[in-house]
Write a protein that binds this ligand. Structure first.
Ligand code: ARG
Length: 459
């Protein structure tokens, strides 16, 4: 038997495999709230301009409320033969209220309907994710405040570079996440135009009021070109990029947690709440949550690449290819939701080993730059020469198996006779971080002030 929605032209129903490849109800049912909001706004507008009667509009409203209640209760018969969420709801509505339900699709197509629903879904996802990102930022700011003066090694190439503070390190991620927030806000602002009323692709001859539906659905206004309205998914791609970038930031933090919890580093500990054991090795404590935050980034990036690949060959306007936009968008948003929650949890859970961090901060001649800077300041040596002298002193210390502060003054003077006792004042890790007072530098006073600034912003 032919499809109920277009049976006029079709005598036969689709083959089972046609139905299976075509149906999206298995995943697009997630947009039921958005679909119903769109239909309510559309019906109210149809009534307002006199296309349907007030009675019909009231019947549609009651019918949709009943459908919403049923879906909410888990007692709605989703039917794969009806392809997608749009036709499932519309068919059910018509079955319940008759002709009024069949009038709802006047001056509308599934093409503008789906473009609307996905936008509404993405807009809601942006709002939810933004709240979660702020929560992770708050967790990091709290740790930064607590550890504004906790010295740890700063790395480049994962080799000891210069001492920094743990608070400064936490605030680096706060900066990254704040840009993720603003990328999502940009994306939201750019996508906040309503495609409803573009109809199939060309607009409609009915006297609809697109400004009215746009306003009712919280958009800044209607989209300006009907072809673009039904053919474009760049808003979704942009959303996926913002998600992928954020997931990448979380992945880098997760990687650091994996490194830091390794006993050879021993920088931080995670409690039983965020680690797992091994079924064979009794001593194990594995940072699985961090590994999964890192690993799940792959699917978020995959969703972005997937959607760009779907869109790149499409002529205007709608093709069924575009039905493939949804699973990636849903999965990316849901994956990021989970990763943000796990990251907030780990950041609050991790217990830094302050003594170990301090020891590590001093290893690897990490104050060599401070020594070179001292030679420049005290002896007026050009920086390049100071770099050379310091390098020679590092080689001497390394050969003797001591750190720079352990090198006797006489040995330093053998390399550069003008060096005096004062040099030892800059060779400790505390002196090193304390001296980094340039704006944005790691000095504890800077970090405490920046943490306070973020705290106020995020309150
Ligand atoms: N389920 C479809 C989608 O997700 C809805 C739009 C169908 N439009 C059409 N012309 N077949 O894209």
């Amino acid at each position: 038997n032919a499809n109920r929605q277009w049976g006029g032209r079709f005598a036969e129903g689709p083959s089972a495999i046609m139905e299976a490849i075509n149906a999206s109800i298995g995943f697009d049912r997630k947009m039921w709230r958005q679909d119903i909001s769109g239909s309510l706004a559309h019906a109210a507008m149809l009534k307002h301009v006199g296309i349907i009667s007030a009675d019909d509009e009231a019947a549609i409203r009651r019918g949709l409320a009943d459908i919403a209640a049923r879906i909410e209760k888990g007692d709605f018969p989703f039917d794969e033969a009806l392809e997608d969420i749009h036709m499932n709801i519309e068919a059910r509505l018509s079955a319940a209220i008759g002709d009024a339900g069949k009038r709802l699709h006047t001056a509308r197509s599934r093409n503008d309907q789906v473009a609307l629903d996905v936008r509404l879904w993405v807009r809601d996802a942006i709002d939810g994710l933004s709240g979660q990102i702020r929560d992770v930022m708050r967790a990091l700011v709290d740790r930064a405040e607590e550890h504004a003066g906790t010295v740890m090694p700063g790395f480049t190439h994962l080799q000891p570079a210069q001492p920094v503070t743990l608070g400064h390190h936490c605030l680096a991620y706060v900066e990254m996440l704040s840009r993720d927030l603003s990328r999502l806000a940009d994306c939201r602002a750019r996508m906040n135009e309503c495609p409803l009323g573009a109809a199939a692709l060309a607009g409609t001859g009915f006297p609809i009021d697109r400004h009215m539906t746009a306003a009712a659905l919280g958009f800044d206004g209607p989209t300006r070109n009907s072809l673009d309205s039904v053919a474009s998914r760049d808003f979704a791609a942009e959303f996926l990029f913002a998600c992928a970038m954020c997931a990448t930031h979380l992945s880098r933090l997760a990687e650091e947690i994996v490194i830091w919890t390794n006993p050879y580093f021993g920088f931080v500990k995670l409690s039983d709440s965020f680690t797992t054991g091994s079924s064979i090795m009794p001593q194990k404590r594995n940072p699985d949550a961090a590994e999964l935050v890192r690993g799940k980034t792959g699917r978020v990036v995959g969703a972005l690449v997937g959607l760009l690949t779907v869109m790149k060959g499409l002529a205007l306007t709608y093709f069924k290819d575009m039905q493939e936009d949804k699973e990636g968008v849903f999965d990316a948003a849901e994956t990021l939701t989970l990763s943000l929650a796990a990251t907030a949890g780990m950041v609050r859970d991790m217990q830094p080993n302050v003594a170990r961090l301090r020891d590590a901060a001093g290893a690897g001649f990490s104050t060599a730059t401070d020594l070179a800077d001292w030679l420049v300041r005290e002896l007026k040596m050009p920086f390049r020469d100071a770099h050379h002298v310091t390098g020679a002193l590092v080689a001497k210390a390394e050969a003797k198996g001591v750190d720079l502060a352990g090198l006797p003054l006489a040995e330093m003077q053998a390399t550069e006779p003008r060096i005096h006792e004062g040099v030892f004042g800059v060779l400790t890790v505390e002196a090193s971080v304390g001296s980094r007072t340039s704006y944005g530098g790691t000095a504890p006073s800077n970090v405490a002030a920046m943490a306070a600034e973020w705290k106020a912003k995020l309150a």
